[in-house]
Design a protein around this ligand. Sequence first.
Ligand code: ADP
Ligand code: MG
Length: 155
Amino acid sequence: MSYTARMVTTHSPEETMALARTFLAKLGEVERTRGTSTIVALSGDLGAGKTVFVQGLARALGIEERVVSPTFVIQKIYRLPQDASWKHLVHIDAYRLSGEEELETIGWYETATAPHNLVVIEWPEQAGLAIPERAYPVVFNEEDEATRKIELPLV
Ligand code: ADP
Ligand code: MG
């Protein structure tokens, strides 16, 4: 699947979180009828803003818990409020993985096929071929200390 991507420049973490909220609203619209999970693949170097973006999604979804990069636990699952478009937010940090076999050890196949999951995955490159083509790619580039160029579809 191909999407028209847009390049958005943000100047603070708050702006990146606001962009995540806008993206989420569009995602909820286009993913309304689906028989599988929704997957968002977040690429970019360390410190580029991937986790901040997930924090913006989490806040917009009504998650009150603090969201941090699940670098050591690999995966964190948050239950969403009743009125959300999905039942769970699954936050994966594949930084420490090498290939799709390792992703399978955390139950990737079920996670990726459950219709009520919104799956966001940092370092999708580390997951080998496991990321389906339908995933929405978001690419983060650090310009300077507070400036990020973010390429993403839907917005
Ligand atoms: P990643 O998950 O990509 O490794 P993080 O989201 O954990 O990166 O960290 C991004 C860091 O950059 C945070 O310390 C955040 O405060 C800082 N930052 C500065 N400007 C921005 C911006 N415009 N958008 C996102 N994060 C920013
Ligand atoms: Mg991170």
